[in-house]
Design a protein. Structure first.
Length: 278
């Protein structure tokens, strides 16, 4: 639009730095879509949309690795189970995916964001002059004082040792891109060391602890890390929803039909005649 053309109220209603579009033209963060197509991949596009510029090859590779590592954890994960249950109710795949994604909250899906917040707090103390051990101890004590029972990103209810975490940490440490802050690997491992200190059974890092270290190393804000987890887990959600849609089961609930729940309410009783209910 040239300087002589007055802007309309609609054009001024929203403003964004993300996309510019006119008939026959689409630009993301200034890049023409026709130049991006066939040149960059999906992780690059995610980075561009969230961060405003294209990533380095190492940044894109690491982002791709962290996204693929958390796509699925089986029907025992509430989000996956919900996707499968919803699929038996005759809804579309978008409804099943939305139903599942809507439960990715503080408890199931939020640990990565919480973990990055913890790592950043430790890093701030460390940069201010505290040793890594002192900074970690102080932030863990602050978590305990706030009533947090489980340190996000450590321990697992299913795996004695999450097989994803060590490999993710190896990938993070192997990068040679100086824009990636590998110091967060040290922070994550120091948290693991202090949590396990003096225990007969260690509390190892899980996938959220490792992905949190990578997201922090890549410079993502904590809140975005939850969004990135939702994006990652949506692949597994879609896969399970689609698989279930190919099966004949209808209205499949969380329990087999020959099993019921535990009732903890009032024992059997009779309704009193109306006059006696006063």
């Amino acid at each position: 639009m040239n300087a002589e053309t007055p802007r309309t109220a609609g054009e001024d209603w929203w403003s964004t730095e993300i996309i510019e579009m006119r008939p026959g033209m689409i630009r993301y963060r200034g890049y023409a879509i026709e130049e991006l197509i066939g040149t960059i991949g999906f992780p690059d596009m995610i980075w561009l949309m969230l961060r405003g510029d294209l990533p380095s090859t190492a940044q894109a590779t690491l982002l791709s690795t962290v996204l693929m590592s958390a796509v699925d954890h089986g029907p025992q994960a509430p989000s996956i189970a919900i996707a499968r249950i919803a699929s038996t109710c005759g809804v579309g795949i978008n409804n099943a995916m939305a139903s599942a994604a809507n439960v990715l909250g503080d408890v199931h899906g939020g640990a990565g964001e919480q973990c990055v917040t913890l790592y950043l707090a430790i890093n701030t103390r460390h940069k201010a002059g505290e040793t890594l051990s002192e900074a970690t101890r102080a932030e863990l004590e602050a978590l305990r004082a706030s009533g947090v029972r489980y340190v996000p990103g450590f321990g697992h209810r299913f795996h004695p040792r999450d097989p994803r975490a060590p490999r993710l940490m190896d990938v993070l440490r192997a990068t040679t891109d100086t824009s990636i802050d590998k110091g967060f690997a040290d922070i994550a491992e120091e948290v693991e060391r202090q949590l396990s200190q003096g225990r007969s059974r260690p509390i190892p890092m899980n996938v959220d602890g490792a992905t949190g270290a990578i997201y922090a190393a890549l410079g993502f804000a904590p809140a975005l890390c939850r969004g990135l987890f939702v994006l990652s887990r949506s692949v597994g959600i879609m896969s399970h929803a689609w698989e279930q849609m190919q099966r004949p089961e209808r209205n499949k609930g969380p329990l087999p039909r020959n099993e019921t729940w535990t009732y903890t309410g009032h024992p059997p009783r009779s309704v009193e005649p109306q006059g006696k209910r006063l």
